[in-house]
Write a protein that binds this ligand. Structure first.
Ligand code: PGA
Length: 253
């Protein structure tokens, strides 16, 4: 299975910056890597960078979406709008949506379900808060997030769904789970998914790690079994550091 490396730009970036980033990646050789590369840019950039992204062999994704096709939902963006803007991917349940904006597991489920139903590929983000970790509740929290998102979700397959395990205390903080901890959680996630959706789904599923992935720790994290990619925030804002992470994918992948 191909690794998948995502660049989550959050609320950063301009059209010229995104165009430069994509052109630099093309020059560095982005078309020649086997990994799937996806740029989650702010909505407003997407329709304006499609050609440059396609030339660089990089897919585009929305950082969020809404669970209706249209209607009186001021400020929201539908899956169809995302597709029209050139996105093929979306994020569901990023920790900043869950914990800064206040999205519940139920909201994340509705978004994931609708996005997949409308033909987009989704990355379901899961992860525990520091206080949950300190209270020994990591497994319960992450398992609950996965169950709520995936139980009975017939539209999800190993082809259109990726899970990103992102411990919230590691996002944007410079702290990371040790590669061993990441591996342990990834194996558990695969087991839980197997329990919900069966062995074929679970063994084909790609699980990314996210949370302060940088050029100097990416190689160690990405070489662990059960880690099939990374979701990168801060270090994805520059083409050189993002490229160094892409190049850290183990040989042969
Ligand atoms: P970070 O962000 O790499 O800056 O920690 C990761 C993410 O938010 O997906």
């Amino acid at each position: 299975m191909n690794f998948i490396i995502g660049a989550n730009w959050k609320m950063y970036g301009t059209v010229p910056k995104a165009s430069d980033f994509l052109e630099e990646l093309l020059a560095l050789g982005s078309r020649s890597v086997r990994s799937d590369l996806v740029l989650f840019a702010p909505f407003t950039l997407l329709p304006l960078i499609g050609e440059t992204a396609a030339a660089a062999g990089i897919e585009l994704g929305g950082q969020d979406l809404f669970w209706e096709d249209e209607g009186a939902f001021t400020g929201e963006v539908s899956p169809g709008m995302l597709r029209e803007a050139g996105a093929t991917w979306f994020l569901a349940g990023h920790s900043e949506r869950r914990h800064v904006i206040g999205e519940s597991d139920g909201t994340v489920r509705k978004k994931l379900s609708k996005g997949l139903q409308r033909g987009l590929k989704g990355i379901l983000c899961v992860g525990e808060l520091l206080e949950e970790r300190e209270a020994g509740r990591t497994e319960e929290v992450v398992k609950g997030q996965i169950r709520s998102a995936l139980e009975g979700l017939e539209t999800a397959s190993a082809e259109n769904l990726v899970i990103a395990y992102e411990p919230v205390w590691a996002i944007g903080t410079g702290l990371t789970a040790t590669p061993g901890e990441a591996q342990r959680m990834h194996s558990l996630i695969r087991e839980w998914v197997e329990g919900i959706r069966g062995v074929a789904f679970a063994s084909g599923l790609r699980i990314q790690y996210g949370g302060s992935v940088k050029p100097d720790n990416a190689g160690d994290i990405l070489s662990r079994p059960s880690v099939n990619g990374a979701l990168v925030g801060g270090a994805s804002l520059r083409s050189d550091s993002f490229w160094a992470i892409v190049r850290s994918v183990p040989d042969g992948e």
